[in-house]
Design a protein around this ligand. Structure first.
Ligand code: ZN
Length: 319
């Protein structure tokens, strides 16, 4: 069993918006990307819940938000495997009426407000994932038939034109679909089945997105600096001996720099130098900055004068 991980992409988008001025031209782009990701996560959580509640009458393991690589990196929303087969599910959470076009493959969403949006066809995504997962399995000499379906998690979704050859399900129809697949034949023996379960977890790689500034071409100078006060939300806490002090609400917090540094890595850059740290946290003294950087247990490269630090972002998420 693998739960879904927190999305670093989502964390980055939220952090970036909190460090841009209200009128910044990219702020609305980030906000709409955030709502797309949140809708996607909402859909995946629904499917995870349905699968979690259901007792299948056969041995199975379930993985949510699984990231693997075979010929290339790929991400599976949900995978359920039994000794006899694997089911790959691709979840979509879109409002309005949907048209699945096959030629060229496209998903067209007509929203109730009349807006029309075009997406990459989830059929293509699903087929690609099945193909990549199938080659991942054959690289390990595992022969397991794979099935796939697209799950529409949005409650008021209406399918105008379904795809020609792909199963479309609502969340509560997922367990019956899985149950309907054959569990006959030899299948994987127990040691192989168990080995595959741990191999999937071992090979799962948390997706680390590029810093938001890089992905959205935001000049680094547009990012507001400073350490944020958790109590009043304002940026600009002052470093005083042993702690940080908020000049707006008077609160002290000796760990306030931690969140700011995580935001640096999500939003600005993959690395940080002593000088960048001083500027971003607004501390004057390089020895203080050094102590702060050392205390974070970052990995580092280079000698003292030109040392750069970097953070393993996987450490901040719940896997
Ligand atoms: Zn404050």
């Amino acid at each position: 069993m693998k739960e879904r991980s927190d999305s670093l992409t989502l964390k980055g988008l939220i952090a970036a918006q909190s460090r841009l001025s209200y009128a910044h031209p990219t702020a609305s782009v980030l906000a709409s990307k955030q709502s797309i990701i949140e809708a996607g996560i909402g859909g995946e959580e629904q499917v995870a819940e349905v699968l979690g509640r259901y007792q299948f009458p056969f041995k199975n393991t379930i993985y949510h938000d699984l990231s693997l690589s075979s010929d290339t990196y790929f991400q599976i929303d949900h995978l359920l495997k039994t000794p006899h087969n694997g089911v790959v599910l691709e979840t979509k959470n879109l409002a309005g009426s949907l048209e699945f076009r096959d030629n060229p493959p496209q998903l067209i969403q007509k929203r109730d407000d009349g807006q029309i949006k075009y997406y990459e066809s989830p059929v293509v995504q699903l087929e690609r994932n099945i193909e990549l997962f199938s080659s991942w399995l054959s690289q390990r000499n595992i022969d397991l038939p794979l099935y796939g379906a697209i799950v529409l998690a949005y409650p008021k979704q209406h399918v105008e034109i379904p795809p020609a050859n792909t199963k479309i399900l609502f969340p509560n129809l997922v367990p019956p679909f899985i149950k309907s697949l054959s569990q006959q034949g030899k299948g994987l023996n127990t040691p192989t089945f168990n080995w595959l379960s741990s191999e999937l977890l071992r090979c799962h790689q948390t997706y680390i997105p590029k810093p938001v500034c890089e992905s959205y071409q935001i000049p680094v100078g547009d990012i507001l600096q400073g350490v944020r006060c958790d109590s009043c939300g304002k940026l600009g806490m002052i470093k005083v001996p042993r702690t940080w002090h908020c000049r707006f609400c008077g609160v002290n917090n000796h760990l306030a720099h931690q969140k700011a540094l995580i935001e640096w890595f999500l939003v600005v850059k993959r690395t940080i130098t002593n000088r960048e740290c001083r500027e971003f946290l607004q501390v004057n003294d390089k020895f203080t900055a050094n102590r702060i950087l050392q205390s974070m247990n970052f990995k580092s490269r280079g000698t003292y004068r030109d040392r750069t630090y970097f953070m393993d972002l996987r450490t901040i998420i719940r896997n």
